[in-house]
Design a protein around this ligand. Structure first.
Ligand code: SF4
Length: 400
């Protein structure tokens, strides 16, 4: 049974009632359980659990240290392309946004990657908008092949594909696939995804399973907080992670907790999740999933990120750019503008294809980052907190 079938039968009303009506006694009971079920998780994310945040945090801290040691793994996103055929109201790369776009050549990608390597990174996340013409499986496989010798850990965050399309990318050396459902609320999902193949909720929800079937051994999931109620999303993410741990047991599962950031299109968050609630959610995920990697990006401000390190986070991005070519200026000569999906000449108005040769411009980023520290500054801070910054995730050579 796929997760879609299981998702459709989740008792969401009952779980949300548990969230709303939990007492602190019920929260304490759930905390004490050796195995934290989805029903216990509902207690841990309740308003009542917010009053017990200190003891939940202590437990989360102890569990994380027991399972992961005093280690924070660092990674960097490398944006390959910001072309996209979807309209997602909350994303700067949406097709109808009039922004500067580019797809990097494989040489550009290598240049960007080597700049990250020079900063220490050996674990990278290749990110791209969804545009089969520019970002095909063949292009992704070529990029991965070019990077594989120098980067032992390569993950992808790209438009969902068929299992057979993923296989060459895995064979080329990619081992991780990240796909956020954005929102698990079907009706809201259809409101915020106004055009393009991403409108297919079920197809996206089954992506991690197709990736696993193709051979990916690190699967990343998450919701984008700021769309539906965070507690609803968290319950769905927890159910999804539980399913993947059961059905895709050879894979490591990670959960990311991105909150909406300002971006082109100026979408306003529909809901709000406070910093304290984000802390609570990190701890609740840790208590339910002691061995799952929890990922925090540079969407969050430095102070909050520092505070979350001892509480359950195991993977962090650092020094991130969310525009293709952001680390070195690679691809600048091919930057072009699109208006409602059509390429226009930056200098002289509309035309079919108008690279901006010689224009001193760079592509538009997906969203604004909040922690602008360099990777070295982040690594230094991690050390100051008594943790070891680790620049790669795992090395296939060690498990061969
Ligand atoms: S969220 Fe992804 S699919 Fe949607 S517009 Fe942005 S890049 Fe495209």
């Amino acid at each position: 049974m796929s997760f879609v079938a299981e998702f459709n039968t989740l008792p969401m009303d009952a779980l949300l009632r548990r969230v709303r009506s939990a007492s602190t006694a019920a929260v304490r009971e759930s905390m004490a359980n050796g195995v934290v079920t989805l029903a216990d998780f509902a207690h841990l994310i309740s308003p009542a659990a917010g009053e017990l945040l200190e003891s939940i945090g202590q437990k989360s801290h102890a569990l994380t240290q027991q399972r992961f040691g005093k280690v924070i793994r660092l990674f960097a996103p490398l944006y390959l392309s910001n072309e996209c055929i979807n309209n997602c109201k909350y994303c700067g790369f949406s097709r109808d946004n009039s922004i500067l776009r580019v797809t990097l050549t494989v040489d550009d990608v290598l240049r960007e990657a080597r700049s990250l390597k020079a900063q220490g990174f050996r674990n990278i996340l290749l990110v791209a908008g969804e545009h089969p013409k520019f970002v095909s499986g063949g292009y992704l496989a070529e990029c991965v092949r070019a990077l594989h010798d120098e980067f032992p850990s390569i993950s992808l965050e790209v438009g969902p594909m068929e299992t057979d399309e993923y296989r060459p990318v895995v064979q080329a050396g990619a081992d991780g696939l990240v796909v956020y459902q954005e929102t698990y609320d079907r009706s809201l999902y259809s409101d915020v995804h106004t055009a393009g193949p991403k409108r297919n909720f079920d197809w996206r929800l089954e992506t991690a399973e197709r990736a696993y079937a193709a051979g990916f051994r690190r699967l990343g999931i998450g919701a984008l907080y700021g769309l539906a109620d965070w507690r609803y999303e968290a319950l769905c993410v927890a159910a999804h992670a539980e399913y993947l741990l059961r059905q895709c047991w050879k894979a490591q599962v990670t959960i990311s907790l991105p909150r909406l950031r300002p971006c082109a299109g100026e979408f306003e968050p529909l809901t709000h999740m406070t910093d304290r609630e984000l802390v609570q959610l990190v701890c609740a995920f840790r208590l339910m999933f002691p061995d799952v990697g929890l990922v925090l990006s540079t969407r969050e401000p430095a102070k909050l990120r520092d505070g979350l390190i001892p509480l359950g986070i195991t993977l962090m991005s650092a020094g991130s750019h969310t525009e293709p070519g952001g680390y070195t200026g690679a691809g600048k000569e091919n930057v072009h503008q699109t208006v409602r999906g059509r390429i226009v000449d930056l200098a002289s108005g509309a035309s079919e294809w108008a690279p901006t040769h010689g224009h001193p411009t760079s592509a538009t980023g997906q969203f604004e980052i909040a922690d602008e520290r360099s990777p070295q500054e982040v690594a230094e801070l991690i050390r100051k907190l008594g943790y070891e910054p680790v620049w790669k995730d795992w090395d296939a050579a060690l498990t061969a």
